[in-house]
Ligand binder design. Structure first.
Ligand SMILES: Nc1nc2c(ncn2[C@@H]2O[C@H](COP(=O)(O)OP(=O)(O)OP(=O)(O)O)[C@@H](O)[C@H]2O)c(=O)[nH]1
Ligand SMILES: [Mg+2]
Length: 369
């Protein structure tokens, strides 16, 4: 944790409260226009010169972010249970291992990952590797980081792909549209040119929600009316982005239950139609997971991955009471890169996922290196 703050010192500053974007709700007010005009365009300078130029065609999509992980994650189930254990200054014995096991399972780390972790700690305790409980907690920290390290791979925007296409997918209400809004904010702050595609055509309010995020961030949104074919919207948006030389196109999609066969087919169609442009398109299929979902997240990722090649995950709602442990279960089960963590509803509440930062935000300060 300390080392992370050291690395990122200049950014460890709270967002200026005068930013109007912060004062707006994540979901636009109901007074927002409901019917989006077909293929809306705004020529408002979004295409202005990027200050961040990718010399090697691939740079991290966003900086690691600002301080606040610890503050936001301290309410999570996993932070509370592990922190509580540690504060009691326990003896190093089997009872402590049982408590760690309970804490991890309660926090949704999952039975398989928990068993592997605890068995390993037990074996090391028997070999007298640990002088005291603190030493065992440190080992636990190391193992938790080791689970997440392989999936700590930030999204790299290939500068030679114009546009670099990101499609967000996931079940209803997980935070897809909000994440797009946050990404729009990040990319805009990096002076990248970008466009959004309102591919959730099920509800008029969904189009309006994306348009509100677009307006807030000065980003052009390509939309058609409600009930338009989502694949056609994505296709039009791709062509518009290409014609304008946009660096990035992010397509929203409607939430769907992973068990709804027809809707899952529609998602595959969106990806297939985009793929007609080039086999590399879409460059990233970003699946958004609600961090409070628990083990059901595993079933969701399995079902979506069976239909479309999910290439990155975003875990949202890790602030508040999320159990958080599902991040470890996902990492262990799929090995799909976790690109970002959502830690709040505001535009700036998105962090590039980092294994050490995440684990250290869950553990007491004294355990950090
Ligand atoms: N606390 C918290 N809330 C979040 C976060 N991300 C999204 N939300 C909230 O979750 C709710 C749903 O977000 P949306 O972005 O509309 O979710 P969606 O996946 O687009 O939903 P559908 O389009 O209906 O499938 C909103 O109230 C968001 O403000 C987060 O990281 N933390
Ligand atoms: Mg949405």
């Amino acid at each position: 944790m300390v080392s992370w703050f050291r690395r990122n010192k200049p950014e460890a500053v709270a967002q200026a409260p005068s930013d109007p974007a912060q004062q707006q709700p994540a979901t636009p007010p109901s007074a927002a226009p409901l019917d989006a005009p077909a293929a809306t365009t705004r020529d408002d300078g979004w295409n202005s010169r990027p200050a961040v130029e990718s010399g090697d065609n691939a740079v991290p999509a966003a900086a690691p972010g600002k301080a606040g992980w610890r503050q936001r994650l301290s309410g999570s189930g996993i932070a509370r249970s592990l922190g509580g254990l540690f504060r009691r200054n326990p003896a190093l014995d089997d009872a402590l291992l049982d408590e760690i096991e309970t804490a991890l399972i309660t926090a949704d780390v999952g039975v398989a990952a928990t068993t592997a972790l605890v068995d390993d700690l037990r074996a090391r305790m028997r070999k007298r590797e640990f002088a005291d409980a603190t030493a065992m907690f440190r080992a636990l920290r190391g193992e938790l980081v080791a689970i997440l390290e392989p999936v700590s791979k930030p999204l790299l925007i290939d500068g030679s792909a114009r546009p670099f296409v990101i499609v967000t997918v996931g079940v209803n209400g997980v935070g897809k549209t909000t994440t797009i809004g946050k990404l729009a904010r990040k990319f805009r702050d990096e002076h990248r040119s970008l466009m959004l595609a309102a591919g959730d055509t099920f509800r008029a309010a969904a189009v309006a929600q994306l348009q509100a995020w677009g307006e807030r961030n000065d980003v052009q949104v390509v939309a058609q009316g409600q009930n338009a074919d989502a694949a056609a919207v994505a296709f039009d948006a791709y062509q518009a982005a290409q014609a304008r030389g946009a660096e990035i196109l992010i397509a929203d999609t409607a939430g769907r239950l992973h068990t709804q066969g027809g809707l899952m087919e529609e998602l595959a169609k969106i990806v297939r139609v985009l793929g007609k442009q080039s086999s590399a398109v879409p460059h990233e299929i970003l699946m958004v997971i609600d961090g409070t979902t628990g083990q059901n997240a595993i079933a969701q990722v399995r079902a979506f991955s069976a239909k479309v090649p999910v290439s990155g995950l975003v875990v949202t709602k890790l602030d508040g009471t999320a159990k958080g442990g599902v991040v470890f279960a996902l990492a262990r089960e799929f090995g799909i890169p976790i690109r970002y963590a959502g830690i709040g509803e505001r535009p700036e509440d998105l962090r590039v996922f980092d294994a050490e930062t995440f684990v250290d935000a869950l553990l007491p300060d004294s355990l950090q290196e």
